[in-house]
Design a protein around this ligand. Structure first.
Ligand SMILES: Cc1cc2nc3c(=O)[nH]c(=O)nc-3n(C[C@H](O)[C@H](O)[C@H](O)COP(=O)(O)OP(=O)(O)OC[C@H]3O[C@@H](n4cnc5c(N)ncnc54)[C@H](O)[C@@H]3O)c2cc1C
Length: 292
């Protein structure tokens, strides 16, 4: 199997920033993933997966890890009765399309989540009242010691969180859906997409919500808007003028610009509201926000 060195990660993230990975491979089967996990263990190299990179920022000076991008057999989708079986590398959009064609509803919430099944399990991604925890029957997870199926309870899924750690690779997910007419699904998806378009930046390079919503009457977006941060810019990154909980790559942004914006937003939210915002976006490499 080909293991490349120094592959730039910017083209694997929707923000379009980030330096090279120490090692990079595109496994196409369960066996290849296990082999790569053992290869990395023998070299004491951490392992992470990139899905569609829609919730990721990677360090500008690179990532000392083996990065995996799942393909082929690990991105296939099939339906059996009410169950949709998807490779973790399959895009949500394709899985939703297949579910609709098979007359299976329940995955409509994912229409506006531009990631993969694996990324969705890892983050327990969700929108409009639905999330992966609500539809996932079980997920096949690989480690260097072998693979096994885990239930949502074993995965520890909660709000934008799982107990999975880097080095555990989601290979497949099985979603339990319910019969629904393709026309109803189509109408719902159209409605959800137009709500999304009205509220959030589209056709911009972003990584989705920057911070998780805090336990507060204001959402993270409203809070940052009240701090006057809409449109605030550092280097090539700016807080979206449309929704303050999004950061856009306005012009040749670096990861450092996005991190500096996040630090500033967090500082201001703490100062004005006494709230410590927790980031939803995942960090790859040596990245951290300054303590408050
Ligand atoms: C415009 C926009 C809108 C968005 N809206 C939403 C929304 O409404 N709700 C929401 O929840 N999210 C939203 N997001 C964020 C993002 O799409 C989700 O978190 C998505 O689930 C990430 O999937 P991904 O495949 O892109 O994962 P990546 O961003 O590639 O990775 C995210 C994390 O998952 C890990 N990972 C990915 N695949 C695997 C795997 N197979 N095995 C182990 N670990 C894995 C990565 O290592 C990383 O830690 C949005 C993003 C954008 C850009």
């Amino acid at each position: 199997m080909k293991i490349e060195e120094g592959v730039g990660l910017a083209r694997f993230t929707t923000l379009g920033t980030g330096g090279p990975a120490r090692a990079f491979a595109r496994p196409e089967s369960e066996g290849e993933v296990e082999e790569l996990l053992r290869w990395a263990r023998d070299r004491s190299l951490p392992v992470s997966v990139v899905g569609l990179g829609s919730n990721l920022v990677a360090a500008d000076d690179g990532v000392e890890a083996l990065i995996l991008k799942l393909g082929a057999e690990l991105a296939t989708i099939e339906t059996h009765g009410d169950t949709l079986r998807a490779g973790a590398g399959a895009a949500n959009a394709v899985a939703l399309h297949r579910a609709r064609a098979a007359g299976l509803g329940g995955f409509e919430f994912a229409c506006a989540i531009p990631g993969t099944i694996g990324g969705g399990v890892w983050m327990n991604a969700g929108a409009y009242g639905g999330d992966f925890a609500g539809v996932l029957e079980r997920a096949l997870v690989a480690t260097a010691d072998g693979s096994g199926w885990l239930t949502p309870a074993e995965l520890g899924l909660s709000y934008r969180h799982s107990e999975l750690r880097h080095g555990q690779v989601v290979l497949r997910g099985e979603l339990r859906l319910r019969p629904r007419s393709p026309d109803e699904i189509k109408a719902d998806v159209r409605e959800l997409n137009s709500r999304r378009k009205a509220a959030q930046p589209t056709n911009r390079r972003t990584f989705g919500s920057v911070f998780k919503n805090p336990e507060h009457e204001l959402s993270a977006g409203r809070m940052l808007e009240a701090c006057g941060l809409k449109g605030h810019r550092i280097g090539g990154a700016q807080i979206s003028p449309k929704h303050a909980n999004f950061i856009e790559n306005a012009e040749a942004a670096k990861t450092a610009d996005a991190i500096a914006l996040m630090a500033e937003a967090r500082r201001r939210a703490h100062e004005q509201f006494g709230v410590r915002l927790e980031h939803e976006v995942e960090f790859l490499g040596e990245l951290e926000l300054p303590a408050l």
